[in-house]
Design a protein around this ligand. Structure first.
Ligand SMILES: O=P(O)(O)O[C@H]1O[C@H](CO)[C@@H](O)[C@H]1O
Ligand SMILES: Nc1nc2[nH]cnc2c(=O)[nH]1
Length: 247
């Protein structure tokens, strides 16, 4: 397989990855014969970037001709049934920065990309969610494959116990610091979206707990499930090719 990779620092006006574990490369190649572009590292509000800069790659992908965006993230599990290592298919989100007015589409609307008031009730493609469930079951992943609601916060501090309890009551199954901004911009310009959270740690909900969220655990769980996540995503990509039914 031939790939061509560009360091973010060599791409004019592209933001730079500052997070440990985010390589900072844009990789072009084929995945099971399908042309793909992959971000090795994404951008977050807590890195200090304006929200429009964080989501700029989505518009670049649209202009490159990308039709489907697959996003993955690491997240803390709020749902008490979730275990570390579970993979959650995101079916919906809670956009906390958006509640406070920090939305990537705020400001003048660029009509070349999409409408002023885009719908978000269909943000996560339902056919792709079903396909992921089917693929997961074929691969023998059903025991650790979930469907749930992802909540984005600004970070970089992890949540307090009271915050975790509140987010759980509000209907979130997992909490993180990414993805939602990209989803909004991708949907605004009409790309199809599928997203997964790897539950890398359990959110601490109890004052008796000795557990503490930390980035090392996040990276470690990521490594442990990397192969299975890769297989899941690459098989989904293969099915997109077979079905080719989303044009
Ligand atoms: O970048 P993603 O996969 O969302 O990673 C999550 O994990 C990091 C914290 O450990 C934060 O960046 C948070 O957003
Ligand atoms: N906000 C947040 N982000 C995470 N990323 C990975 N785990 C977590 C977590 O527990 N909380």
């Amino acid at each position: 397989m031939r790939i061509v990779a560009f360091n973010y620092r060599d791409i004019p006006n592209f933001p730079q990855s500052t997070v440990h574990g985010h390589a900072g490369r844009l990789v072009f190649g084929t995945l099971k014969g399908r042309p793909c572009v992959c971000m090795q590292g994404r951008f977050h509000l807590y890195e200090g970037y304006p929200i429009q800069k964080i989501t700029m790659p989505m518009r670049i992908f649209k202009l490159l001709g990308v039709e489907t965006v697959i996003l993955t993230n690491a997240a803390g599990g709020l749902n008490q049934d979730y275990k570390v290592g579970d993979i959650m298919i995101i079916k919906d989100h809670l956009n906390m920065p958006g509640f406070a007015g920090n939305n990537p589409l705020a400001g003048p609307n660029d009509e070349r990309f999409g409408v002023r008031f885009p719908c978000m009730s269909d943000a996560y493609d339902r056919e792709l969610q079903q396909m992921a469930l089917d693929v997961g079951s074929e691969l023998g992943y059903s025991d650790f494959l979930r469907e749930g609601v992802y909540c984005v916060l600004g970070g970089p501090s992890f949540e307090t116990i009271a915050e975790c309890r509140m987010l759980h009551k509000l209907g979130a199954d997992a909490v993180g610091m990414s993805t939602v901004h990209e989803v909004i911009v991708a949907r605004h310009c009409g790309m199809r979206v599928f997203a997964l959270s790897l539950i890398t740690n359990k959110a601490v909900m109890n004052y008796d707990s000795e557990e503490k969220a930390n980035h090392e655990e996040v990276l470690q769980t990521g490594k442990q499930r990397a192969e299975q996540l890769e297989r899941l995503v690459s098989t989904i990509v293969t099915r997109l090719e077979h079905n080719n039914n989303f044009a």
